[in-house]
Design a protein. Structure first.
Length: 142
C-alpha cells in the first residue's frame, strides 16, 4: 500500500504509475489524481507564466516580438511556434546571460548553439571557419 500525496488516501501499488526515478519506483500521485491534474493542463497558460518568470516579458511583448520576426528564428529564419509542448518547435527567448537583456526569439538549435559556445562571437566565428574549411577540404580531418 502507498499513500497518494495529492488525495492523501492509501491505495494499492497498482493504482500508481511507474516512475524509475523515484525510490519506490512509483509516482507520488495515484493514477486518478494524476489524470485530474493533467486534465487541467493548459500549455498556453504555462508558456505565458514561463516567459514572464524567466525573461520578465509580458505576453503582449512576446507576441509583438513573434509578429515582428514573422514567426521565424532570428538567426536561421526557420518557422517557430509561439507555444508548443515540443521544445524543438517552440520559439526560445534568447537573452544575454550577463545583463538579462532579451535579444530575440530563436529556434531550439540556434539557441542551443550560441549557448554552448557561451554567447562568444569569437568562438562562433571560429566554429564557422572550421566548418567552411572542412567543407572545401573534406579529407583533411582523416
Amino acid at each position: 500500500m502507498k499513500t497518494c500525496t495529492a488525495c492523501k488516501q492509501e491505495k494499492e501499488f497498482s493504482e500508481f504509475q511507474k516512475n524509475r526515478g523515484r525510490k519506490d519506483g512509483l509516482q507520488c500521485h495515484c493514477k486518478e489524481c494524476f489524470r485530474e491534474k493533467y486534465r487541467k493542463y493548459d500549455p498556453l497558460a504555462r508558456r505565458k507564466k514561463h516567459v514572464k518568470r524567466y525573461y520578465g516579458l509580458e505576453w503582449d511583448e512576446y507576441e509583438a516580438m513573434y509578429e515582428t520576426q514573422k514567426g521565424c528564428c532570428k538567426i536561421c529564419k526557420k518557422t517557430v511556434l509561439m507555444y508548443e509542448k515540443d521544445k524543438l518547435k517552440v520559439a526560445h527567448v534568447d537573452h544575454d546571460h550577463t545583463t538579462g537583456e532579451v535579444r530575440g526569439l530563436l529556434c531550439h538549435y540556434c539557441n542551443a548553439g550560441i549557448g554552448y559556445l557561451q554567447d562568444n562571437p569569437m568562438l562562433l566565428r571560429k566554429a564557422a571557419d572550421y566548418l567552411e574549411y572542412f567543407k572545401h577540404h573534406p579529407n583533411k580531418g582523416k
